[in-house]
Design a protein around this ligand. Structure first.
Ligand code: ADP
Length: 397
């Protein structure tokens, strides 16, 4: 069985074609700068990467180029689209409407459209991607796989906000959490690596990338997570502020002459480590700037690691201990200094890392960076959200 996984961002579209018998990737790639000048498609298959420079005014064109690349006589991997047995679409916001992966139908698409204001950066491009795939493959079954599903096990006291309960009931305003497929995958991989059942473990998973979130996984279930009603909450991110006193929103709007919606866009796009440093949202640039003595870049990195450390402490308290801390995603898999800062000075819970192992280059495998006398395991695990989406699509079908 071959499953195509589609992950549409606001100006990007990533894809993987996965052979589910072996769980191996047949082809993968992505379109960048959709709707912007200079769009391109990178397609990796048969050990080669090709780059196609072509205008992509919208996601519909991007999808058609991806399907063309997959079936191309020279660098394609399938003879026709008939060989694609199913398509799994990453979906970000589910509200309380979708608590599990859901079949793509006219009805579920309409409901997703209604939910767009929950994730204005993520849901609309996903819907366009879904519609484009359906138009090209009208008979192929498809699923929405949500970032939120893994977090529906949070207890009520963890997901509720302290607002008027009736407004929660009316508007479903609560913590949902995101990056669920990644937190699920790496927590399961950690259990496998440790040779234990997920039910017997307390794990804190740190998905640190351009967007970052941290989750407490107790007995294999998410019991709390840092992102909230939207992916704006939690630790500071590339351009997102993370947690902030909500009164700041109105004050900022007043001072800068913004509408409330514009103030939220400001917190989504002009905050985070980019806002603090004035350098970049990319952690590689921040580290380089810090090395050259840039104080604001150093401050941004300190604020980020301090926020992560606070949540590790909070979730250790929430679970009455922690057996394993996992780092994953772009920053988590590639930035020893972040792991060192988050896990440093944690001897009160018996946590220690091996600095030498932590500094070893990323080999794309699970890396155990636990210190010799540490009571808590520290693992770096490459995430694989696409594989989880493909697995859940197959399970649903
Ligand atoms: P997204 O949330 O967009 O999926 P990623 O998980 O790809 O983001 O993370 C992007 C971040 O990861 C960037 O800040 C970048 O600096 C960092 N990063 C990605 N790859 C590397 C690498 N090979 N070395 C160092 N940092 C990396």
């Amino acid at each position: 069985m071959k499953v195509l996984v589609i992950n549409s961002g606001s100006s990007s579209l990533k894809y993987q074609l996965i052979d589910m018998e072996t769980e191996s990737v047949i082809a993968k790639g992505g379109c960048e700068r959709i709707g912007i000048e200079g769009s391109n498609l990178k397609h990796k298959a048969k050990g080669k990467e090709i780059v196609i420079q072509q205008a992509m005014p919208d996601h519909t064109v991007a999808v058609s180029l991806v399907l063309k690349a997959l079936t191309d006589a020279e660098y394609g991997v399938i003879a026709s689209m008939e060989e694609i047995d199913a398509v799994g679409h990453r979906a970000v916001a589910s509200g309380e409407v979708f608590k599990a992966p859901t079949l793509v139908t006219d009805e579920s698409i309409a409901k997703m459209e209604e939910l767009s204001d929950l994730a204005p950066l993520h849901n609309p491009p996903a819907i366009v991607g879904v519609k484009a795939c359906r138009a090209a493959m009208p008979n192929t079954p498809m699923a929405f796989v949500f970032d939120t599903s893994f977090h529906f096990t949070m207890p009520e006291y963890a997901y509720m906000y302290a607002i008027d309960y009736e407004d929660y009931q009316k508007y479903s305003i609560r913590r949902y959490g995101f990056h669920g497929t990644s937190h699920k995958f790496v927590s399961q991989e950690a259990a496998k690596y440790l040779g234990k059942k997920p039910e017997d473990l307390k794990i804190i998973t740190c998905h640190l990338g351009n967007g970052s979130s941290i989750t407490a996984v107790k007995g294999g279930k998410s019991i709390d997570t840092t992102m909230g009603f939207t992916p704006l909450a939690g630790v500071p991110m590339g351009t997102r502020s993370g947690d902030i006193d909500p009164a700041v929103v109105e004050y900022l709007a007043q001072k800068k002459g913004l509408t409330l919606a514009e103030a939220i866009t400001y917190l989504n796009k002009k905050g985070g480590v980019a806002g603090i440093s004035g350098v970049s949202s990319d952690f590689r640039d921040l580290r380089a700037a810090k090395a050259q003595g840039n104080k604001r870049a150093a401050l941004a990195l300190d604020m980020f690691t301090y926020a992560c450390k606070k949540y590790v402490g909070a979730y250790t308290a929430a679970m009455n201990g922690v057996d394993c801390i996992v780092f994953t995603a772009g920053v988590g898999e590639n930035t020893p200094s972040v792991i060192e800062a988050v896990c440093g000075d944690m001897d009160y819970i018996g946590l220690e890392i091996d600095k030498e192992k932590n500094s070893a280059p990323n080999n794309g495998q699970i890396r155990d960076v636990t210190g010799k006398n540490s009571k808590v395991k520290v693992l770096i695990i490459p995430t694989n959200e696409e594989l989880v989406i493909a697995r859940e699509t197959v399970e649903l079908l």
